[in-house]
Design a protein around this ligand. Structure first.
Ligand code: UDP
Length: 239
């Protein structure tokens, strides 16, 4: 059966930037609704979907720090930004009748539930989409690291990183037309060649726990479904 999913449980990383759409800042509801449809299609074929959402469309600690703010305060703001994105994502998913749970690494009673691994797995098994927000809960980390961490914790089959380009290139494909796209890379190739797919912490976590990673272009319609049924989209990073 070609639509039989190859992965039972995935961890999808969406950057905050992906949510901006045609705007300069903030959240474009049209983009959220399109993503909800793509995610709903996965749920429809029985895939358990965990989601880690970034916050770069609103605040990034490093950028705030560069402008003079205390770094830890900036990172706290960045993590809170991911909670706002998580709420917007849930709103969109639920309007598409996809049951969604938002779990935050930072407790925020009355707004979202506090992250609890066993609960997350229970909700995933019940068919809910689980949105993990507030990153790892710690400053100096990124939501890419949070995605790998949560992916490993919930025993996802793969971490899928949505980007604006269709995989990992030898150079910036926007600036260099001769840049080559890799089909497959090992963790050590990514680290040695400083390919800048994700930060080192994220790549090392995946390497140490043997968590495969696929980098792909979220703007291609139907891409998520093609990936979960085993088609070759973007770049696979594995052992
Ligand atoms: N952040 C953090 N700890 C984490 C995850 C995120 O302090 O575990 C902060 C950090 O300031 C980061 C911001 O939240 O810049 C937004 O996350 P990120 O930059 O990873 O978002 P993305 O680039 O995916 O939109």
């Amino acid at each position: 059966n070609p639509s039989q999913p190859r992965y039972k449980r995935i961890l999808l990383k969406l950057s905050g930037e992906a949510l901006v759409g045609e705007h300069e800042f903030g959240i474009d509801p049209k983009v959220l609704d399109r993503m909800s449809l793509e995610i709903g299609a996965l749920v429809g074929i029985g895939v358990q979907v965990g989601l880690v959402i970034g916050g770069g469309n609103l605040f990034r600690g490093a950028a705030l720090h560069a402008a003079g703010m205390d770094r830890v305060t900036g990172d706290h703001m960045g993590m809170l930004a991911t909670v706002m994105n998580g709420l917007a994502m849930r709103d969109s998913l639920e309007r598409s009748n996809i049951r969604t749970r938002v779990l935050s690494a930072i407790p925020m009673t009355g707004v979202v539930d506090h992250y609890d691994r066993r609960r997350a797995i229970r909700d995933l098994k019940d068919g809910d989409v689980v949105v993990f927000c507030a990153g790892t809960g710690n400053p100096f980390f990124t939501t890419d690291s949070a995605a790998c961490l949560r992916g490993i914790e919930i025993e996802a089959d793969i971490v899928l990183k949505a980007t604006k380009v269709d995989g990992v290139y030898s150079d910036d494909p926007v600036k260099n037309p001769n840049a080559l796209r890799y089909d497959r890379l090992t963790y050590d190739e990514v680290l040695d060649q400083k390919l800048g797919v994700m930060d080192l912490t994220a790549i090392c976590l995946c390497r140490d726990h043997d968590m495969p990673l696929r980098v792909f272009d979220m703007n291609k319609p139907g891409v998520l479904t093609r990936i979960v049924v085993g088609e070759n989209e973007g770049t696979l990073i594995a052992k």
